[in-house]
Design a protein around this ligand. Structure first.
Ligand code: NAD
Length: 306
């Protein structure tokens, strides 16, 4: 199955590489306004295939996306010095409106997976302009934040991350909400698990985890200029769920009528895209923080007139 990646920057190239390393697709095609960059990334990633799997890796114009089962959208700009968040929002919305028209014309049956930031707002822009049926457009949302939450808690309590189930919901950004009240470690509430291990996990630990999760991207960007491996793995994971009909539960971003914006909640995802939204048990404080997060996202949509 073919997977298209629009935007061959840090995120797009790392995602294409992850798709090849995991042998998720048979064909991976990179499309970018910078055709030289897309072709060079495709050539570099093609040299991975003898060490992974026989995936055809190419680059080209939008017509090369024909027959794609999934198109991942990572095109856009990073915030420029002196540029406001709103200016960036408007610039990326403009870029994605033109990208989506080309993508849908070339690959009308594809599921569209959006990673461009601010991802919740961009997911809504794409969804509105793609004119596709429900569930076929969604964003990576808080997949990465959820992964960070699980990984950081697992490291702190000293267990393998597969035993930690917890979700980050709302905006992929500062207002995201870590759901502590239903965090589960090996089938037990965090406090009970930590007690059984003979340890402790207090408010201070909690605040430190919150800080590590919410400010992870900022710290990585300060150190190396961009984040891409984590989101690339999230993209490859989501594409695999679609291509293999895995029926996985992931905190992806999608239009959420009760909140009037696109935001992340745990959702059942499989071949057709998002199949249904699943609730998550929250306490009153978490619920009001989620409402606040939705309010911020509604404000951003209003600012770009969506
Ligand atoms: P980048 O600047 O390295 O790459 C962006 C690419 O988009 C460039 O190669 C550029 O040429 C291309 N592009 C611009 N306009 C285009 C158009 N009209 N058509 C086709 N291609 C076009 O940036 P990056 O680090 O790869 O980040 C890409 C996006 O992903 C950013 O918005 C970034 O904030 C976002 N991101 C999201 C997450 C997440 O968790 N969702 C994580 C990291 C980064």
């Amino acid at each position: 199955m073919k997977v298209g990646v629009v935007g061959a920057g840090f995120v797009g190239a790392a995602a294409a590489n992850a798709l090849v390393l995991r042998h998720v697709a048979t064909d991976v095609v990179l499309v970018d306004v910078n055709e030289t960059k897309a072709a060079a990334e495709a050539a570099d990633i093609a040299h991975v295939t003898p060490f992974s799997a026989p995936v055809r890796v190419g680059a080209g114009g939008y017509e090369q996306l024909a027959g794609s089962a999934v198109v991942v959208i990572t095109a856009g700009r990073a915030q420029q010095p002196g540029q406001s968040r709103l200016e960036l929002l408007r610039a990326n919305a403009r870029i994605l409106r033109s990208v989506v028209a080309e993508v849908v014309a070339a690959a009308p049956d594809a599921v569209l997976l959006v990673a461009t930031n601010p991802v919740d707002v961009m997911t809504r822009v794409i969804e509105q302009h793609a004119g596709l049926g429900g569930g076929r457009v969604f964003g990576t949302g808080t997949m990465l934040d959820t992964a960070r939450f699980r990984q950081i808690v697992a490291a702190r309590v000293g267990v393998d991350v597969t035993h930690v189930h917890g979700y980050v919901v709302g905006e992929h950004g500062d207002s995201e909400v870590l759901i502590w009240s239903s965090l589960d470690v090996a089938g037990r509430h965090l406090a009970a698990f930590v007690h059984a291990m003979g340890g402790a996990f207090g408010q201070e630990d909690r605040a430190e985890v919150e800080d590590e999760v919410v400010n992870a991207a900022e710290r990585i960007i300060r150190g190396k200029g961009a984040t891409y491996y984590g989101v690339a793995a999230a993209i490859a994971g989501a594409v695999e769920v679609i291509l293999r009909n895995r029926r996985s539960i992931m905190t992806v971003s999608a239009w959420t009528p009760e909140y009037g914006c696109s935001l992340s909640l745990p959702r059942l995802v499989s071949g057709p895209g998002v199949i249904r939204e699943l609730g998550v048990s929250m306490d009153g404080g978490e619920r009001s923080r989620l409402e606040r997060s939705a309010e911020i996202l509604r404000g951003a949509l209003a600012q770009i007139g969506t």
